[in-house]
Design a protein around this ligand. Structure first.
Ligand code: NAD
Ligand code: DAU
Length: 361
């Protein structure tokens, strides 16, 4: 792991991972390829531990000429592929970009890796790895009595986002199987923590709560997710890069099963405690049920025995401690929040997604 191409490294998980990797791997150089969509920002890359080993390149993973040039110029031996359109609600309103980025973008990266690593044999095969970051959403939705998703659960993606991620997983697997490209895949549950764009549940609820705006709960709010603190995810990916078996997939999750309403109530209680003189106390009064997400998956749960047993990884934060760290981070970074609030596109998104929802029927 000398020259690591991180795609999407200016986004939420990618930027946390770049920070993590520069600390964990003292000799690794990171080439960070990110096109900087609404979700990516150079502000996410403040406070890197060693900027001299980090090179940022603004560009598209679908730009084959650029990707080939980066592979050759920086002698890339490891790819950690985060870049994606990542928000389910946006995929429902505009699926095409999800196919373009998540499917075609992943295809381009894989095909360049095949060209440079396998055809040109630029680096010994045992020294290269293409690691793909995926999601639990590819497995579909669980009923309350179903066992958790394991690595052998059949794919059944329900949203355009999940379908595009499933397609990209299949391409990665196929390149491993057909061409013997060294690949690994991780499927992770919902992440939360510093630098998450406030379109996703947890940062949206924290910021709306601070501002005294309604907390929009889709439908009955009894949907269940498995939540993982982002630094725990970074550590798990690092384990897979170091010790994972080529060709294998690993599930990653936080071993918890709260409903959305439980998460929102906990955030409200933490805000009450941290901001006791706020006029919004008790923050729970802001909870507002709105029209549900179309095709909303009811429940996700991850069986993480494989990564625990084979690679010795397990989450270090529980949900309560991780949520406290997250609320603290958003309270301590008003300038980061302000920069997003000023984005024209962010306000347009909020209007597009929430104005027509009204109260849940
Ligand atoms: P994010 O939306 O915060 O960041 C995505 C990043 O990718 C942004 O910086 C964006 O600019 C970049 N990007 C988008 N299109 C690009 C392109 N064509 N070329 C180059 N860069 C591009 O996403 P995230 O939440 O950090 O998720 C990262 C990855 O992890 C995604 O693949 C996502 O599917 C996966 N994942 C996310 C979660 C989660 O809870 N957030 C959970 C499991 C898996
Ligand atoms: O499970 C992993 C996935 O988690 C990742 O692959 C995705 O990239 C990531 O966005 C996330 O998807 P979700 O749809 O689960 O996350 P989101 O934060 O959008 O929503 C979490 C739950 O909260 C979900 O049941 C929908 C609900 N929700 C969300 C928003 C934004 C609300 O009730 N209100 C909201 O305003």
């Amino acid at each position: 792991m000398k020259n690591v191409l991180v795609t999407g490294g200016a986004g939420f998980i990618g930027s946390n991972f770049v920070r993590y990797l520069l600390k964990a791997e003292a000799l690794a150089r990171v080439i960070n390829l990110d096109v900087l969509t609404y979700a990516g920002s150079l502000e996410n890359l403040n406070e890197l531990p060693d900027v001299s080993r980090h090179t940022f390149v603004q560009g598209d993973i679908g730009d084959r000429a650029l990707v080939e040039e980066l592979f050759r110029r920086y002698e890339i031996d490891t790819v950690v592929h985060f870049a994606a359109e990542s928000h389910v609600d946006r995929s429902i309103l505009g699926p095409q970009l999800f196919v373009q980025t998540n499917v075609m973008g992943t295809f381009t990266l894989l095909d360049v890796a095949r060209q440079v690593w396998l055809n040109e044999k630029s680096i010994p095969l045992e020294e290269v790895l293409f690691h793909h970051i995926s999601t639990d959403e590819v497995f579909g939705s669980l009923a309350s009595c179903d066992p958790a998703f394991s690595e052998s659960t059949p794919y059944a993606p329900n949203s355009p986002y999940a379908a595009s991620k499933a397609a990209s997983d299949h391409l990665v697997r196929a390149y491993g199987h057909t061409y013997h490209l060294p690949v690994t895949i991780t499927n992770c549950s919902n992440n939360y923590g510093p630098y998450q764009f406030p379109e996703k549940l947890i940062p949206l609820m924290i910021l709306n709560g601070i501002d005294g705006k309604p907390l929009p709960v889709y439908g009955d709010g009894l949907q269940i997710r498995d939540w993982l603190f982002v630094e725990d995810h970074c550590e798990a990916i690092h384990r897979v890069l170091r010790k994972g078996q080529t060709g294998e997939t690993y599930n990653i999750g936080g071993n918890n099963q709260p409903t959305n309403l439980e998460i929102i109530n906990t955030i409200c209680e933490i805000l009450d405690e941290k901001l006791p003189s706020s006029p919004q106390v008790p923050h729970k009064k802001l909870i507002n049920h709105v029209t549900d997400r179309p095709g909303h998956d009811r429940r996700y749960a991850m069986d993480i025995h494989k990564i625990q047993n084979e690679l010795g990884w397990q989450p270090s934060q529980d949900l309560e401690s991780g949520l406290r760290l997250t609320v603290d981070w958003y309270l301590a970074h008003p300038e980061w929040v302000e920069a997003i609030r000023k984005q024209q596109g962010y306000q347009t998104w909020l209007a597009q997604n929430y104005q027509k929802r009204g109260a849940a029927g």
